[in-house]
Design a protein around this ligand. Structure first.
Ligand code: GRF
Length: 221
């Protein structure tokens, strides 16, 4: 397999990891998944990695006395695997500014909101409470502030009148699975140009950084 050596950091189900694993099997995809690292031994994503034949490792944060010591161990695994790019995919540990700066412009995250709205947790309940007509997800470069950083791709879904947090989350997740591989491909192909807080792409096609939920296209006719 060819492509930039990429690690995916997870804590749970790993459905976004699966989307990245699947995308990386496509010929000409510019990244390959070389390592999956979980801070939890019971993360189902570890099974997904094993099924795909991808090396996987558990680094349990509870075994370390400080965030720095935990991250030093993560860095050791990333270096040993020759990792070039890092994807956070439901990785539920806040990373120190030191770690984030070491991976500056080489580490991306998927967040289940249309950033910069609704940083942090419970994004879907907050979008519903705010009365939003659309919701979505963002793939962004990671910066030291939580859920901050230049946005590469956003996915947009409609909010329906009978939605609750669970139904909205499920709809957004289907778009996360489409947005994340697209965002990683942009980074791995060296197409991302960063100007302050803004990312643009080399040879960017209009609309390339947006994915609309199929229902939204139907409903907005
Ligand atoms: C996703 O909704 C992601 O946006 C958030 O955590 C969830 C992870 O889901 N950060 P999965 O483990 O990829 O299924």
């Amino acid at each position: 397999m060819t492509g930039r050596a990429t690690a995916v950091l997870i804590s749970g189900s790993g459905s976004n990891l699966q989307a990245l694993l699947d995308a990386a099997t496509e010929p000409n995809y510019p990244a390959r998944i070389s390592l999956v690292l979980s801070n939890r031994a019971d993360a189902y994503g570890l099974v997904r990695a094993a099924n795909a034949g991808v090396p996987n490792v558990v680094v349990d944060h509870k075994a370390y006395g400080s965030r720095e010591a935990f991250e030093t161990e993560i860095d050791r695994h990333l270096a040993a695997a020759g990792i070039d790019l890092v994807c956070l995919a439901g990785f539920m540990r806040v990373l120190t500014p030191g770690f984030v700066e070491r991976w500056r412009d080489r580490m991306i995250n998927v967040h289940p909101s249309l950033l910069p709205a609704f940083r942090g947790l419970h994004t879907h309940d907050r979008a519903l409470a705010a009365g939003c007509a659309v919701a979505g997800c963002s793939v962004h470069l990671v910066r030291p502030e939580l859920d901050d950083g230049p946005i590469l791709v956003q996915g947009v879904v409609p909010v329906l009148s009978d939605d609750d947090g669970a139904t909205l989350a499920a709809r957004v997740l289907t778009l996360e699975h489409r947005c994340y591989p697209r965002g990683l491909a942009m980074l791995a192909a060296d197409r991302v140009h960063i100007n302050g807080g803004r990312a643009t792409l080399v040879d960017e096609k209009p609309g390339e950084r947006v994915i609309l939920h199929p229902m939204l296209r139907e409903l907005s006719r």
